[in-house]
Design a binder for this molecule. Structure first.
Ligand code: F6R
Length: 365
C-alpha cells in the first residue's frame, strides 16, 4: 500500500533515509567497519585488480557515475561506467584483473544480465549490486551486495538509486582502506559522514513545500536544462531523467562548463535551468556558469549548501541542503530533483507511478 501517500513514488522518496541507513548498517561489523567478507574481495584480491567497469542501464547507470567518482577518489582505481546495451557489443577490455560491477534494482534487466554473462565469459570478476534477492543477476554474479531499499513499486526509481549509491560509497571506502589509500582514521571519518546522510536527507524532505512552489513555476516549460560540475553533473543527469520520464518535460543535463560550447544557444527567456552547486570546491566556477545562463534569460533554480547565500544574486530560486562534504552532497541534493520531477508530474495531472511507454523491469533487448 501507499502508506498514506498519494503515490508510491512520493512514499519511496520518503523511504530513502531509512533505506540508506539499512543498507549501511547491514554491512557494518562489531567494530563499526564495513564488512564485505562474503564477497571475497580481500586485500590480496583487491591488490590484483587494476581496472573496474560499472555496467548498468538508466538510473542504475547514473548511480554508477557517482560510484566512479567515489572509487577513483577513495581507492585510486580506474573506473569506466558503461551502458549495458553498449558494453555487451563493445568487446570490453577484460581479463582476470578486471572487476565488473553490475548495478540493477530489479536484477532482471536483460541487457544488464547479458553484460554480466559477457563479463564472466571473458574472465572478469563480477559483483552485483541489486535490490532483489534471488533475481537472475543476483544468482549469476560471483558476488552480491544487496541494497536494502525494500520493494520499489513506482516505475521511476528513487530509493533503489540512492541505496545503490550508498553501496558504492561503502565499496569505495572498503577498497580504499584495503589498498592503503585511506588510513584507518580517514576511513572511520568518512564512514561516520556517510552514516549521517539519512538525517541530511530528512532535512531536504521537510522542505517539500518550497519545491512544490518552484514546480508550479516551471510546470509549463517546453524544455529545460540541468547543469553541474563534477559530482553535481552525475546528479544532474539523474534529475533530468526523472523530469523526462514522469513529467514529460524535455530536459538535458550538461557539465556546466560545456554549455557554452553550443547548447547555450537554446536558452531563451524563461528557460528553466536547474543549476547544481553543491560542490564547495567548485562553487565559484558554478556561480559563473549560472551567470552565463542568467544573462541569456534563463530562470535559474540553484541547489547549494546552507551558508552559500551568495548564490541568491544569480538564482531566481534556491534550494538549500545542510552542510555536507563534497563527496556526499550530490546524494543529498538529488532528493530535491526527485521531488521537483514528482511535483511537476502531479501538477500536470500525469500518472506519476506509471508513466506512459515505460515498464518497471525491461526484459527485452
Ligand atoms: C528510471 C528507471 C530505469 C531503470 C533501468 C534499469 O527511473 O527506473 O532507468 O533504472 O531500467 O533497471 P534495473 O535497475 O532494474 O536494472
Amino acid at each position: 500500500t501507499k502508506g498514506g501517500y498519494p503515490h508510491f513514488m512520493l512514499k519511496e522518496i520518503h523511504e530513502q533515509p531509512k533505506g540508506i541507513q539499512e543498507t549501511i548498517l547491514r554491512r557494518l561489523d562489531a567494530d563499526g567497519l564495513v564488512r564485505f567478507d562474503d564477497i571475497r574481495l580481500s586485500k590480496e584480491d583487491l591488490a590484483e585488480i587494476d581496472k573496474i567497469y560499472i555496467v548498468a542501464c538508466g538510473t542504475a547507470y547514473h548511480a554508477g557515475l557517482v560510484g566512479k567518482k567515489a572509487i577513483e577518489k577513495m581507492a585510486r582505481i580506474k573506473v569506466d561506467v558503461e551502458i549495458a546495451s553498449e558494453f555487451r557489443y563493445d568487446n570490453p577490455f577484460i581479463d582476470s584483473k578486471t572487476l565488473v560491477i553490475i548495478v540493477s534494482q530489479s536484477g532482471e534487466t536483460l541487457d544488464t544480465l547479458a553484460a554480466l554473462r559477457e563479463a564472466k565469459r571473458k574472465g572478469a570478476r563480477t559483483l552485483a549490486i541489486t535490490n532483489v534477492m534471488g533475481s537472475s543477476i543476483a544468482r549469476e554474479a560471483e558476488h552480491v551486495i544487496y541494497t536494502w531499499a525494500g520493494p520499489e513499486i513506482a516505475v521511476a526509481s528513487t530509493k533503489a538509486y540512492t541505496t545503490q549509491i550508498a553501496c558504492l560509497f561503502m565499496l569505495a571506502l572498503d577498497m580504499g582502506y584495503k589498498r592503503g589509500v585511506l588510513d584507518l582514521a580517514a576511513y572511520r571519518e568518512i564512514l561516520e559522514k556517510l552514516k549521517g546522510i539519512p538525517e541530511k536527507i530528512k532535512a531536504v524532505l521537510k522542505n517539500d513545500l518550497q519545491v512544490q512552489k518552484i514546480a508550479g513555476k516551471i510546470k509549463d516549460a517546453a524544455h529545460g536544462f540541468y547543469i553541474g560540475r563534477g559530482m553535481d553533473y552525475s546528479i544532474a543527469v539523474e534529475g533530468s531523467l526523472k523530469m523526462k520520464e514522469i513529467s514529460y518535460v524535455h530536459t538535458e543535463a550538461f557539465p556546466s562548463g560545456e554549455l557554452k560550447h553550443g547548447t547555450i544557444a537554446l536558452i531563451e527567456d524563461g528557460t528553466p535551468v536547474i543549476a547544481l552547486a553543491t560542490q564547495q570546491s567548485l562553487f565559484e566556477k558554478s556561480i559563473s556558469n549560472m551567470k552565463e545562463v542568467k544573462a541569456r534569460g534563463a530562470y535559474v533554480i540553484g541547489v547549494t549548501l546552507e551558508g552559500n547565500e551568495l548564490i541568491e544574486e544569480v538564482a531566481d530560486d534556491v534550494l538549500y541542503i545542510p552542510k555536507v562534504d563534497d563527496m556526499f552532497a550530490g546524494l543529498v541534493g538529488v532528493v530535491y530533483l526527485q521531488l521537483l520531477a514528482y511535483h511537476v508530474s502531479v501538477m500536470k495531472g500525469l500518472d506519476v507511478d506509471k508513466p506512459r511507454n515505460l515498464a518497471k523491469s525491461v526484459t527485452v533487448e
